[in-house]
Ligand binder design. Structure first.
Ligand code: SAH
Length: 220
């Protein structure tokens, strides 16, 4: 069945408006980010059986033991990324998953380079972004612990799975002034970190407790 982009009932724009209201109440203030979330149909990123739950503020399964991130965390990470560098040309995303965060980023920056280690998920993400006519995205099937050196340096790097510590290759691929957002830690004990590359090194901020799927090495 072809999923409707418009959506009806629980997948309609009106339902997304309620989500936007909740996100503002939770402290998301960047109107560009809120607008993009309002206009992006999250229900097309998930299986038909779960589509009616697409605008609940929760992570949901997408197969292969992975999840689509909770809208709040997508909004928060995007807002934090844009806060220090309002015009982002090149952004690297590690952990494409079903492509929801990719779609949000693609509407706010010039080009998104996204890396995923599970091939069928990458294919799904491509289909979803194609349906939304988002073409400023390049995809790589790889272990994102290596980043994507061919297109470095990046103005922003956003990681959507949690490693026990920050992979060094990602730090090297960040431009001076660039921002890396990454959940760090093991299950039940993860902190969202923001790293900004300076002329002389890296400034690290510990932001808030989060809950992401683990960052795994290799590819499948
Ligand atoms: N960005 C997605 C979140 C997907 S969940 C969204 O918007 O919903 C995190 C994803 O990271 C999973 O698809 C998982 O396979 C992927 N992942 C985990 N470790 C990885 C690694 N080392 N390299 C690339 N992708 C990885």
């Amino acid at each position: 069945m072809i999923k409707s982009l418009e959506g009806i009932g629980m997948t309609s724009r009106r339902t997304r408006l309620r989500l936007i209201k909740r996100l503002s109440e939770q402290g998301i203030t960047n109107n560009k980010v809120l607008d993009v979330i309002l206009e992006t149909p999250r229900h097309i990123f998930m299986d038909e059986a779960l589509a009616s739950r697409a605008y609940e503020d929760t992570a949901l399964p997408i197969g292969y033991s992975q999840t689509i991130s909770q809208p709040y965390i997508v909004a928060k990470m995007t807002e934090l990324l844009l806060e220090k560098t309002p015009t982002l040309h090149k952004v690297l995303e590690v952990g494409t998953g079903c492509g929801y965060q990719t779609a949000i980023l693609a509407q706010l920056v010039d080009h998104v380079y996204t890396v995923e280690r599970i091939l069928p998920l990458q294919q799904k993400a491509k289909d979803h972004l194609w349906a939304l006519k988002l073409k400023n995205v390049s995809y790589l099937h790889s272990d994102g612990g290596w980043g994507w050196p061919d297109h470095a340096l990046y103005d922003g790097i956003l990681v959507t799975a949690a490693p026990p510590e920050i992979p060094e290759m990602l730090l090297h691929q960040l431009a001076v002034g660039g921002v890396l957002l990454i959940p760090v830690g093991r299950a039940g004990n993860q902190i969202l970190q923001r790293v900004i590359r300076t002329e002389s090194g890296y400034d690290v901020e510990q932001l808030e407790p989060v809950s992401f799927v683990p960052f795994l090495s290799g590819k499948e």
